[in-house]
Write a protein that binds this ligand. Structure first.
Ligand SMILES: [Zn+2]
Length: 295
């Protein structure tokens, strides 16, 4: 196992549970190797619905904020991360046609500069070498995910600039910025095909039928981090978000050993690097080992 001590990775996510559904196995791997992994959660997930029938109870709905905080605490322990709240309120998933306006005071409507300053402050305190966030589509079109992308990219640029937010701490320029591509179509297709080949029912038939292949989009993946060994830890972290995750749902329809065999990586796109590296990569810290990360 490579030694990752002294290296720091920071993921920026929109809601509690996103850290467990995207990049969680690579997180667990880097923690096991001695890296410090931080998660910034932009919102409290206050407007999330209850997606687990067992938790669809009035007492859960009434205490959603507290429950989601407790779920996040449990996931944090399982993943071995340090977690920071950015302190914004969930925008909710706009339902209807046309979509209703976003609720007042939510993250999606918060002034960009205010959110960027809060994240810059965290980046300058934690001093991560690597930052991850969502692509410009948000990974999926939730307004908080799109906003999370905008805030992360702007903060990655600003954190090292002494002229930006001079009251938010000593400048620190993270070396690399990545976008998550965990749920890419080729992976979904490969898992689907393997399920059918084993005579199992695939949870992906409908999704694939509606999902137009986008080879140019998939070609943006530069970095595949082997982390199949840690898929079990990811599953435990997901289950900790009991209001959001149905243990009998699609998340767990693919047997662990099949996923480990067919697609044992989590996939990322390297967007910016201030250190020399060659793509394709298999490590978010490529170019930062060998003492480059001594700062
Ligand atoms: Zn989310």
């Amino acid at each position: 196992m490579p030694d990752s001590s002294g290296l720091r990775l920071l993921h920026v996510h929109a809601h509690p549970d996103d850290e467990s559904s995207k990049g969680a196995a690579s997180t667990a791997r880097y923690v096991a190797e001695g890296a410090e992994v931080h998660v910034v959660t932009c919102t409290g997930g206050e407007r999330g619905s209850v997606l687990n029938p067992r938790m669809d109870r009035p007492d859960v709905w009434e205490n959603m904020s507290e429950i989601r905080r407790a779920e996040m605490d449990a996931a944090r322990e399982i993943l071995g991360i340090t977690q920071h709240w950015l302190g914004f309120v969930d925008s909710g998933w706009p339902e209807g046609d046309p979509k209703p306006p976003l609720p007042e005071g939510c993250f999606g409507l918060a002034p960009l500069e205010e959110a960027v300053e809060r994240l810059v402050r965290i980046l300058r305190t934690v001093r991560p070498h690597v930052v991850t966030t969502y692509d410009e589509r948000g990974g999926y079109p939730h307004p908080d995910h799109v906003r999370c992308h905008e805030v992360s990219v702007a903060a990655f640029e600003a954190a090292g600039d002494p002229e930006r937010f001079p009251d938010a701490g000593e400048p620190w320029q993270p070396a690399k910025l990545y976008y998550h591509h965990t749920f890419n179509r080729p992976r979904t297709q490969a898992l689907h095909d393997a399920m059918l080949a084993r005579g199992l029912e695939s949870p992906y038939a409908e999704r694939l039928a509606d999902w137009k292949p986008e080879p140019d989009w998939d070609a943006r993946i530069t970095t595949r981090v082997p982390c199949g060994e840690y898929f079990g830890v990811r599953d435990q972290a997901l289950l900790a978000h009991a209001t959001q995750i149905d243990p009998d749902g699609a998340w767990f329809a693919v047997p662990l050993d099949l996923a480990q065999e067919v697609w044992p990586t989590e996939d990322y796109e390297l967007v910016t690097s201030h250190v020399p590296t060659t793509t394709p990569e298999d490590d978010l810290f490529a170019g930062l080992r060998d003492g480059a990360a001594s700062a």
